[in-house]
Design a protein around this ligand. Structure first.
Ligand code: HEM
Length: 197
């Protein structure tokens, strides 16, 4: 039986503004992430589809948020173009962070903006992040097999937590009407254009 937000008590906590100074990822962590990413990225479309099939199977309330394809039969979703496209967009967000681990602050405004865009999705709540995190790590374990040791898990948890923190902040400033101030803050405007196509 899948876990579902509808059965869970939800507490809204304002996420902290992401750190702008200090190394977010150590050299060792960066090495670990960069040595495992190619194993996941070599078949990026399939792995993305695995993550989302798992999320949708376990969390029907997440699936129902996706107007354009959520209604489709779960066993056929992997062939649905928009579903595949979405899964790839998700994987590319991860890839952008993997590429910028030395200076994640460079992509932070884009992640904050992405979180803010999610605030416009009807029925969305940042609490759903934990389902994404759980399913992503489960798929990583399946894909990496014996290489998915505790240290690897910890490093990837840091990666997803960084994204969740930035997106959570974006959601928060969006629902509290602080988005304009963020976008016009010095420096953020330039960084907002960094996005993988
Ligand atoms: C690690 C966290 C997440 C990442 C990296 C991510 C990434 C993305 C990206 C890149 C888009 C496309 C945005 C655009 O084209 O403007 C998107 C859209 C969307 N995301 Fe997320 N997302 C995350 C978490 C979530 C969560 C937790 C939910 C909620 C259940 C969610 C639901 C949606 C929905 C409903 C859309 C719109 C899809 C559509 O119909 O086009 N996302 N997300």
């Amino acid at each position: 039986m899948g876990c579902d937000l509808a059965k869970t008590a939800v507490v809204v906590v304002a996420p902290e503004e992401p750190e702008e100074s200090g190394a977010e990822f150590s050299e060792t962590q960066i090495d670990t992430i960069r040595s495992t990413w190619p194993l996941l990225a070599r078949d990026i479309a399939r792995v993305g589809v695995e993550v989302f099939t798992r999320i949708f199977r376990e969390t029907p309330s997440v699936r129902s948020l996706f107007d354009s394809f959520g209604i489709n039969d779960i066993d056929n979703l992997q062939h649905h173009e928009l579903f595949r496209e979405h899964a790839q967009k998700f994987m590319h967000v991860l890839e952008t962070l993997v590429d910028n681990l030395e200076h994640p602050e460079m992509i932070q405004p884009s992640l904050v903006a992405l979180g803010a865009r999610h605030a416009a999705v009807e029925g969305y709540h940042p609490e759903y992040f934990r389902f994404y995190t759980k399913c992503m790590l489960e798929v990583w374990e399946m894909e990496l097999g014996e290489e998915f040791i505790a240290e690897v898990r910890d490093c990837w948890t840091r990666v997803i937590n960084y994204i969740v923190r930035c997106m959570g902040h974006g959601y928060h400033i969006s629902v509290t009407d602080q988005l304009d101030a963020f976008v016009h803050k010095e420096g953020n405007m330039d960084k907002l254009i960094i996005e993988k196509t």
